[in-house]
Design a protein around this ligand. Structure first.
Ligand SMILES: C[S@@+](CC[C@H](N)C(=O)[O-])C[C@H]1O[C@@H](n2cnc3c(N)ncnc32)[C@H](O)[C@@H]1O
Length: 266
């Protein structure tokens, strides 16, 4: 797909910057999961986990350091895989491995089963088809396996991000839009945002996520909505919930992120 090829090139432009940024965070002790992920992930001791859209492996490594038996990171971008392996080697983390794949075609070439699928913080918007994603998630799990997701809430993804700090909630991106949005920049959450690229993001709805998982043979254990965000949209304040940001006026208004756990309906 031309848009995914273009995204592959776009993300490769910041792989090296991410590697250095995440390496510095590990050194400073500031690479950690946010408050909700930490609280909801539970005990992952001994689990065999697959981490989808792992970028340069920082969260894959965190999962491995939290007691998982083994964590496999998957990402679209070969440069991300190269730097993920380098980061794991720098940090002497050996219970991880990484490979390159588009999530949209992963189930056609990979048939290993895992105890858990993990994906978080800016993953789903890069995928054009939630049905394919959900079927892929199911195909990666053994019969007692489960999925954990923490990502942007589609309600927040509709809003004009440039106006939110002025307390203006304008719908800029249609909720039911199926064609991608185009941008000429990439990144910005771990290193400087880079321009001169062509990147494409897709909207997804709450029912897209939930129903595609149910249709793929999963049972929803929980779906939670949060007013905090995991990156700064502009002039956000640090939340008292570690690793998250908030607009003071938005303690009771709209959701910015969500989490979901779904188990295999065996
Ligand atoms: C915002 S990052 C994920 C953030 C991640 N939580 C982190 O720690 O950096 C999105 C990732 O999705 C990857 N990606 C985008 N489209 C993809 C696809 N179709 N298949 C697999 N990975 C993809 C990108 O290469 C990028 O590393």
């Amino acid at each position: 797909m031309k848009e995914i090829e273009s995204n592959k090139h776009s993300w490769s432009q910041i792989s090296e910057d991410h590697y250095y940024a995440f390496k510095a965070r590990f050194k400073e002790g500031t690479q950690f999961f946010n408050y909700y992920i930490k609280r909801e992930l539970g005990d992952i001791t001994g689990k065999d986990i697959i981490h989808l859209q792992c970028n340069t492996g920082a969260d894959t490594i965190l999962l491995a350091q939290m007691g998982a038996e083994h964590v496999t990171g998957v990402d679209l971008v070969p440069e991300n895989i190269y730097y993920a392996k380098k980061l794991a080697s720098d940090l002497n983390v050996t219970n991880v491995d990484f490979f390159e794949s588009d999530i949209m075609t992963l189930s056609q070439k990979y048939n290993k089963k895992h105890d858990m699928v993990f994906t978080s913080e800016g993953a789903l918007v890069w995928l054009p088809d939630m049905e394919v994603w959900a079927k892929t998630v199911r195909s990666l799990l053994n019969d007692t396996g489960y999925l954990y997701v923490f990502d942007s809430h589609p309600f927040f993804l509709m809003l004009d991000e440039e106006k939110l700090d002025k307390q203006i909630y304008d719908i800029k991106y249609p909720y039911f839009k199926k064609t991608p949005d185009f941008d000429t920049t990439i990144g910005g959450y771990a290193s400087e945002r880079k321009g001169g690229v062509e990147s494409y993001c897709w909207m997804f709805t709450v029912s897209d996520i939930i129903n595609s998982l149910i249709r793929a043979g999963m049972r929803i254990d929980f779906f939670n909505e949060f007013t905090e965000n995991f990156y700064d949209v502009g002039n956000m304040k640090k939340s008292d919930k570690e690793g998250l940001l908030i607009y003071e006026y938005n303690r009771d208004k709209y959701p910015m992120s969500f989490s979901l756990k779904a188990s295999v309906n065996a």
